[in-house]
Design a protein around this ligand. Structure first.
Ligand code: AP5
Length: 193
């Protein structure tokens, strides 16, 4: 059966946003609707860590400090995942790219695969709400100190990518405050514009 598609054919999306902004939640919902895989690099690394793989052992401490895993490691992770069959008809990348080098790697990788990103979604959420959402979740890297470090890393290394994608005409900005349903509705409307 043909996969669903939104009105404008957005099937290759990136979700870019601060920790706790709800990108994982919204990426999952939209991926189900579009019938494409939601690819969360954070989830993939946590799974590797839980399974005790060589990758998991290498990245565990870095994640626990709220820092970013190095770009070369992330390039391998994303290349492997995007090359899998289920990503051929589309995907939602949640949490990648996060650095200027990762932007270039993704562009190269998609070029090799003969495709490109349709849109980059960013969710805007107040800083206090970000903290409260993450603290309410109780993940291993969700202590206040680590969340604040992840936020600082986001502002330093990832936020500048928003301007890059805006300039490229790919950015879709969505108000991420309110309930999950409200944000999902705004997101669908914004992508249809
Ligand atoms: P990652 O898992 O990507 O963590 P993050 O960016 O810190 O994002 P979060 O998962 O905290 O938040 P989210 O925006 O996805 O929000 P969510 O939907 O979960 O990465 C973890 C680590 O992996 C990184 O720190 C780094 O070390 C490493 N890593 C990953 N990718 C990397 C890369 N590309 N390069 C280098 N290193 C990388 O929502 C948060 C909570 O809020 C949930 O409990 C949810 O239920 C709730 N919630 C969601 N929406 C709402 C709403 N509207 N109202 C109320 N609650 C809500």
């Amino acid at each position: 059966m043909a996969a669903a598609e939104d009105k404008d054919g957005n099937r290759r999306l990136v979700f870019l946003g601060a920790p706790g902004s709800g990108k994982g939640t919204q990426a999952q919902l939209l991926a189900e609707h579009l019938r494409v895989p939601a690819i969360s690099t954070g989830e993939m690394l946590r799974a590797a860590k839980a399974a005790g793989t060589p990758l998991g052992r290498r990245v565990g401490e870095i994640m626990q400090k709220g820092l970013l895993v190095d770009d070369d490691t992330m390039a391998d992770v994303v290349r492997d995942r995007l090359s899998q069959d289920d990503a051929r008809q589309g995907f939602i990348l949640d949490g990648y790219p996060r650095t200027a080098v990762q932007v270039e790697t993704l562009e190269e990788l998609l070029h090799e695969l003969g495709t490109e990103i349709d849109a980059v979604v960013t969710l805007h959420v107040d800083e206090e709400e970000l903290l409260q959402r993450a603290l309410a979740r109780n993940r291993q890297d969700d202590t206040e100190e680590i969340i604040r470090e992840r936020l600082a890393v986001y502002h330093r290394q990832t936020e500048p990518l928003v301007a890059h994608y805006r300039q490229a005409g790919k950015l879709v900005e969505v108000d991420g405050m309110g309930t999950v349903g409200e944000v999902a509705r705004r997101l669908t409307e914004a992508l249809a514009r």
